[in-house]
Design a protein around this ligand. Structure first.
Ligand code: FMN
Length: 219
């Protein structure tokens, strides 16, 4: 069921002008409150603010009618980017479930209406709205390229890796490596590169959905 949701999600950058109805906002906001509680993050959804995204988006001209966005904000910490990716993707998938579309967007920070506050930082924003289309599937690396998956690997590991390959990553880079050793999974990223830690959090979120029901542990 949730795997279907992962398969249905694609980045959507062009939206219709349809406003997000109040009852949908209420559900999203309630979900974000829950996520903030468990994670300690200060994720916020800003609705009906075309100005902000328009100026930010100056460099990324492909967005249209991006009038709402999710701001991923949290206390400055070494693991903030990964955490932002992990919990941000949970909000993305909730939005998908509610019939909305999204796109992670790496751009200028703190120029919108979101509140950042002392000691905190904005990791990234994610546009959210009703897409003109549902987006489309893109190229993907092979499971063997991003993991030590082999014919002897357990089914849950294969499912986890496949779910990870459905994760959005910056410029579709998919620069992660999942290594199974017994019940332990190590998720690795290269030392140098852009947005890799955010990608890593997103990938872990997807892997967990794919491997659901197993008692694996993250290394
Ligand atoms: C951390 C991160 C940053 C991204 N930044 C941008 C961006 O600035 N502009 C953009 O158009 N897409 C951006 N994307 C979307 C990716 O290009 C997209 O997720 C990737 O190509 C895979 O496509 P999919 O999301 O449809 O699976 C970003 C994605 C991630 C995870």
């Amino acid at each position: 069921m949730d795997l279907e949701l992962l398969k249905a999600r694609h980045s959507v950058r062009q939206y219709t002008t349809m406003k997000i109805p109040q009852e949908v906002r209420d559900q999203l906001d309630a979900f974000v409150r829950e996520i903030n509680e468990v994670s300690g993050l200060s994720i916020q959804i800003i609705y009906d603010d075309p100005e902000c995204f328009n100026t930010r988006i100056a460099h990324y001209g492909r967005f249209e009618n991006a009038n709402n966005y999710i701001a991923i904000v949290g206390e400055k910490a070494a693991d903030l980017d990964e955490k932002g990716g992990y919990y941000g993707e949970k909000v993305v998938l909730k939005a998908q479930k509610l019939g909305l579309n999204t796109c992670w967007a790496a751009m200028g920070k703190g120029r919108g209406k979101e509140k950042i506050g002392p000691g905190k930082e904005e990791v990234i924003v994610i546009s959210i709205g009703y897409g003109r289309t549902q987006g489309s599937a893109r190229r993907s690396k092979k499971p063997e390229k991003v993991s030590n998956l082999n014919p002897e690997s357990p089914e849950w590991f294969r499912n986890g890796v496949e779910a990870a390959l459905l994760a959005p990553t910056a410029i579709n880079q998919q620069r992660f490596y999942l290594e199974l050793d017994g019940k332990t999974v190590k998720a690795k990223i290269p030392k140098i590169g852009i947005w890799l830690k955010v990608d890593l959090g997103i990938v872990k979120c997807h892997f967990e959905i794919g491997a659901e029901g197993t008692d694996f542990i993250w290394a």
